[in-house]
Ligand binder design. Structure first.
Ligand code: SAH
Length: 339
């Protein structure tokens, strides 16, 4: 059966016509799904019983079951959701002073093979649909009785490897009749699938693009991230420049610092040379070591030196606060778990 949250408003109007219903029914359904966040068609009380029955026959409302919920000392919460086909995914809720931020997964597993990331150890199963991506936000808002104000595509999976569903999900998250979260409060993070960066630039969405850079030369980056063998740094940065040109949006570069790997002053110098003059920001992440991984965290002292060097040389850099590491909810620690 079709998941009713997989449709854009236009598509749902089309569906209503096929069911011989008036298109405005789609708007009512949207209201119930995304403002009221109901879990059943029976709760859509301004629809006739006959229409509710028709909807039940044709669609499901994908309601995730919470398999596990863990809470960190810092208030971060990690959910393990049953996505209703025997698979499970993780989603993380973080609280900042400006509101709640959610880190969503876009795929069940990941194909990219980054050496430092826990999602790598599990093989790829499938893409999440737009509705399945959205449902993570709705399920957490319902569970905590909160309104989420920021969405980051930094959970399991490579968002640009599931391009169509991710773009559709972003539009639904952003739509005034959808979840109505401002595009500037939505970030998409990519390991660097160059053709899709050009494509995203054309979508006319004001979301933030984050690039997982992590190294400043191809030899080192290819060792950490196999995708670099297909799309090397020069091509990646050229795509980023085109993205900035097209969207006028600042790009955020993620750089996870691993001891004695990419945390030397020389690396900081190379990073300045690469990013000089670009409308960008560097997010430094102390790398989170994973089981059997080759990388360990840089010292705080090194991380601060690295940040200061960038800032003194014209590149705006901040150190990302580590949240949820005690419940394996920090960057790169998410995995698909079997039920
Ligand atoms: N596939 C996308 C999004 C998921 S990862 C991407 O690669 O961008 C979200 C961020 O966490 C990425 O910047 C990723 O490189 C980073 N990350 C992965 N493993 C990490 C680890 N062990 N420590 C710190 N950051 C990590």
């Amino acid at each position: 059966m079709k998941n009713i949250k997989d449709f854009s408003l236009e598509e749902l109007k089309q569906e209503m016509q096929e069911l011989r219903e008036k298109p405005f029914r789609a708007e009512q359904i949207f209201q119930w799904l995304y403002q009221e966040k109901v879990k059943s068609f029976d709760e859509m009380t301004n629809l006739s019983i006959a229409l509710r029955d028709k909807l039940k026959e044709n669609y499901t409302i994908c309601n995730y079951k919470i398999i596990q919920k863990q809470e960190s000392k810092d208030g971060t919460k990690k959910y393990l959701f049953d996505v209703l086909d025997g698979n499970a995914i993780e989603t993380v809720l973080m609280q900042y002073h400006h509101g709640y931020s959610i880190c969503v997964s876009s795929q069940i597993g990941c194909k990219m093979g980054c050496k430092f990331c826990a999602s790598t150890g599990i093989h790829f199963i499938r893409n999440l649909s737009a509705g399945e991506i959205l449902e993570q936000i709705i399920a957490v808002e319902q569970d905590e009785n909160i309104r989420i104000s920021n969405v980051v595509f930094m959970g399991i999976g490579e968002p640009l490897d599931n391009y169509d569903n991710v773009v559709k999900a972003i539009r639904l998250i952003n739509h005034p009749k959808g979840l109505n979260i401002g595009a500037r409060h939505i970030s998409v993070s990519t390991s660097g699938i160059v053709p899709k960066i050009y494509q995203l630039a054309e979508e006319n969405i004001q979301c933030t693009l984050s690039i997982s850079l992590h190294a400043t030369n191809n030899q080192k980056r290819s060792r950490m991230m196999p995708v670099n063998k297909v799309y090397p740094i020069e091509e990646l940065l050229q795509a980023c420049r085109a993205y900035i040109e097209q969207t006028n949006r600042r790009i955020s570069f993620e750089y996870a610092l691993a001891k004695d790997n990419n945390d030397h002053l020389q690396d900081a110098k190379e990073l300045v040379n690469l990013l000089k003059g670009m409308l960008c920001h560097v997010n430094l992440i102390p790398i989170n070591p994973i089981e059997n991984g080759a990388y360990t965290k840089s010292s705080n002292e090194n991380i601060i030196k690295f940040r200061d060097y960038l800032n003194e040389n014209g590149i705006v850099a901040t150190i990302r606060r580590e949240l949820g590491s005690d419940i394996e909810a920090a960057c790169g620690q998410l995995r698909r778990k079997n039920l």
